[in-house]
Design a protein around this ligand. Sequence first.
Ligand code: GTB
Length: 217
Amino acid sequence: MPITITAFERSPDRGRGLARDMRVRWALEEVGQPYDVRLLSFKAMREPAHLTLHPFGQIPTYEEGDLALFESGAIVFHIAERHEGLLPVDANARARAITWMFAALSTVEPPIIEREVAKLLERDETWYEQRLPAVEERVRKRLRELSDRLGEAAWLDGNFSVGDLQMISVLLRLKGSALLDEFPNLSAYVARGEARPAYKRAFAAQRAVFEAASASA
Ligand code: GTB
């Protein structure tokens, strides 16, 4: 059954691979599933045809036969469950990989988003300089805990899994920041993810969309 996902026609991240279709593309590349991409303008994302697929009018979505999904976490989990390569066969190892996936999305990502929102929307507030250190400390705490757990291991729990895919995707939001650089094992972990052929293919595909949009602008 052909798979179609949605992505930004013009991603505000300017091809840096930060929009969440990247997580879905990476998962599909890891399991070797071909896919089509329907590119959407911000206007099209608010139209009924897309709102039927995604109640919040966002990307990414995933269509396969009569199945339609939204939420990148759920989509990536679905891909991992349906195809070999992202979840271990052993039941306990599988449950642990799923746990890391949730940890990435619900424990590590929220303080990182809080920092992004502060930097993007609160910069002109009188209290910005006072608040930022506390926000950054919440991110640092999570990174320190994750760094301690990862230690010198290549991946979070044995072989590369959907847990690593989501954790690295989350950490990539900090790429180039001094915060991530404070933890060399996490920087190396992110670089290991980026070096995977599946990641490179996914990154190149989303980057090509940005380049085509820039060329036609
Ligand atoms: N929880 C949902 C999921 O994981 O699928 C969140 C989906 C989401 O936030 N989608 C964003 C979106 O559609 C794009 S990815 N936004 C448009 C809207 O809400 O109207 C988030 C994103 C956007 C831009 C950057 N960037 O420019 O760096 C990074 C990440």
